[in-house]
Design a protein around this ligand. Sequence first.
Ligand SMILES: [Zn+2]
Length: 261
Amino acid sequence: MDGRTIQLYGRIILRGDIRALSGLHIGTSKDTVGIGEVDLPVIRDAYRRPYVPGSSLKGKMRSQWEKLKGVQQNQQIGRVEGKEVWIHACEDLACPVCTIYGVTGDFAKDAPTRLAVRDVPLKPESLEGTTAILYSEVKWEVAIDRVTSAASPRQMERVPAGAVFSPMELVFSVYKAADRARFGDVLTGLQLVADDYLGGQGSRGSGKVAFEDLSVTLKTGDEYREETHPSFSHKSLEELIAARAELLKWIEEHIAVNGGA
Ligand SMILES: [Zn+2]
């Protein structure tokens, strides 16, 4: 059997907060509803608090990035609230989508997925003093059956506007020299989500979010030492994107990659 060497040159860690600017509905994959439950509940963690699954944020960044790059969505990976979810996947080693966001096991890659996104817990104090019960509000909406045109009212649970989820943590691993510049694409991915929406029902006004109080940290070298830079700490997404060239230069100077692209 052939062995292979994967060299980790360093990691770029982006931390910050997610603030809901409108009600946020991140649903669950369950399709049965118990008595006394709303029709479309939000996903909750083991402490019964709503949270933002890392897979939801990463999946949304990916789908927005796929649309920006105009790549074919060729793999069905499941269903969310009855809707099929399709993603793009390919074997191109330079693919701007698969390199950062990964592929399913059917496709071979020379290095692991670059981006990992952690689950983001709710900061309960962000909803203190509001009328939210169990950190959520219930919104009535009318669903129209596309075949019969029958209208059926249903209840959708949302985390109210003003909720803050923290800490958000995105970890980007550098395996190739070219990966360092690809971190800029992660910032673009967040901007695409901020301009679209997170979770479900975005076309009905849910899911507008802002990424706030962002800090970029590097871990690199034999000691895997953490490095920070005041220019890239406690910034808004817009400020980081405005400083993109300077930020990528700092990353290139600090994460040394020996040979090859
Ligand atoms: Zn691809």
